[in-house]
Ligand binder design. Structure first.
Ligand code: SF4
Length: 361
C-alpha cells in the first residue's frame, strides 16, 4: 500500500477500505489527506462553495437516567436542579433565533422518565402549528428516540409514525458518539447497543423522516474504533440511505467524569481536521460533510480545506457548553474566516418558507 496507489484509486472514483483508512491515518501527511479529501469533495460541491446555517439547540430537559460518563449536562430524576421547559419557554427561544435570522432548531434533552410520548407529540405539534414552514426543527436525537420508544413500549416504526403525525420531519443522528459495542459498554452502557441504534435509524428513514450521521471523537477511542464507526455509517448509507449529512465534533472533557479520568485534555484541532479529511474520503456516499464551529470555534472553518462543505453557526447548546464549549455570536467574524480561506459561504435555509429575509451579516 502506498499514497500513490490510494491516490490513483480515489482519483478514479474508487472506494478506500478500512485498511487504507488506517494506513492513511498513520502515514499520510496533512497535505496528502487534504488533497484526497478535496478529490472526493469535488464529486459533490464546486471548489470554493460552502454553506452554513444559523441555529440553536433547545435543551428541553436536563433530567436523564442514562448516566454517560462523558456528560456534564444531566441530572438524575428528583434532583433540585432538574428542569423541563414549558412550551412558552420553547417558543421564546425560537422567537429569539428567528429575530437573529436563524431558522433551524434542534431539540435535545435527557432520557427523562417523567416525559411520556404525549409530551413530545404535544410540543412538536404546537411548534409546527405556531411556526408552520417558517422554521425547521429536528426533534430529538436517535438516542432519545430509542428511549422514547422503549418508554412508551412502542416499536421504533410506530414511534416514528407518531412523531411524523405530530409534524416532525427530521430526527438527527445525534447521540452516536462512537458506534462500537465496546465503546458503548465502556462509557454509556445504559443508552443503547449499536445494533439498536441502526435499527432505530432504519425505522426513522422508512417512516419517511430525514436523518443524518454524527460522530464525536476525542474520548479514549482508538483509531480502529473511529474507522469502525465510519464503516458502519457507510454501510448503512449503502443499504438504507437517508443520511443527508455527516457531522463530527470533539469531546469537551471539562466537568465530566471521563474527562477527569483522562486528565481533562482535549484533542488538538489538527487531529480533528485530519479526522474530518478521513471522514470525507471514507464516507464517499454522504454528500454533505459538516465542520463543527460549536467545538472548534473559528478554527472549524479550516475544515473546509479538509473536505467539509457546510457548518452551523450555533446560538446555544447547553450540553456542550456545560462541558466547556464557548459560543460566539459574532457571526460575521466567523464567516470572515471562511472568506479568508477563499470560500464563499451561502446561507442554507432548511425551512420550506422563510419568515423574513436574512439580516445582513
Ligand atoms: S449524553 Fe445524553 S443520554 Fe448521556 S447522560 Fe448526557 S443527556 Fe443523558
Amino acid at each position: 500500500m502506498s499514497i500513490v496507489e490510494i491516490r490513483e484509486n480515489v482519483k478514479s472514483g474508487g472506494r478506500v477500505s478500512a485498511q487504507d483508512a488506517l494506513w492513511l491515518w498513520k502515514n499520510a501527511g496533512d497535505g496528502e489527506l487534504r488533497e484526497l479529501a478535496q478529490i472526493v469533495r469535488a464529486r459533490f460541491h464546486q471548489p470554493g462553495a460552502c454553506t452554513y446555517m444559523l441555529m440553536r439547540i433547545i435543551n428541553y430537559t436536563n433530567v436523564c437516567v442514562a448516566q454517560c460518563d462523558y456528560c456534564a449536562f444531566y441530572t438524575l430524576p428528583g434532583a433540585a436542579n432538574g428542569y423541563v421547559l414549558s412550551q412558552e419557554q420553547v417558543f421564546a427561544k425560537i422567537d429569539e433565533l428567528m429575530a437573529m435570522g436563524g431558522d433551524l432548531v434542534g431539540f435535545n434533552g435527557g432520557f427523562n422518565p417523567q416525559l411520556a410520548l404525549d409530551y413530545y407529540c404535544d410540543l412538536f405539534h404546537a411548534v409546527r402549528e405556531r411556526y408552520g414552514d417558517s422554521i425547521e426543527f429536528y426533534a430529538l436525537t436517535v438516542a432519545e428516540f430509542m428511549y422514547l420508544a422503549d418508554h412508551a413500549k412502542l416499536e421504533y416504526s410506530a414511534t416514528a409514525r407518531r412523531l411524523k403525525e405530530a409534524g416532525v420531519r427530521w430526527v438527527t443522528g445525534g447521540g452516536s458518539e462512537i458506534l462500537t459495542e465496546n465503546f458503548r459498554q465502556r462509557h454509556s452502557k445504559f443508552k443503547y447497543t449499536v445494533v439498536q441504534y441502526f435499527q432505530a435509524q432504519r425505522a426513522i428513514v422508512e417512516a419517511g423522516l430525514n436523518t443524518s450521521a454524527t460522530m464525536v471523537i476525542g474520548f479514549d477511542e482508538t483509531i480502529e474504533e473511529r474507522i469502525e464507526h465510519m464503516e458502519r455509517t457507510r454501510h448503512f448509507q449503502d443499504e438504507v440511505g437517508g443520511l443527508g449529512s455527516f457531522l463530527c465534533w470533539t469531546f469537551k472533557p471539562y466537568f465530566t467524569p471521563l474527562g477527569d479520568r483522562l486528565g481533562g485534555i482535549e484533542i488538538s484541532t489538527g487531529e480533528y481536521l485530519r479526522h474530518l479529511a478521513l471522514s470525507r474520503i471514507y464516507l464517499d456516499n454522504v454528500p454533505r460533510i459538516r465542520t463543527s464551529v460549536l467545538t472548534q470555534n473559528e478554527r472549524a472553518l479550516e475544515g473546509l480545506l479538509y473536505g467539509a462543505d457546510d457548518f452551523d453557526l450555533p446560538m446555544e447548546d447547553e450540553v456542550t457548553q456545560k462541558a466547556g464549549a464557548t459560543i460566539s455570536l459574532q457571526f460575521d467574524r466567523i464567516l470572515g474566516f471562511a472568506r479568508g480561506l477563499g470560500y464563499q459561504p451561502v446561507y442554507r435555509s432548511v425551512a420550506r418558507r422563510r419568515a423574513a429575509p436574512l439580516p445582513v451579516m
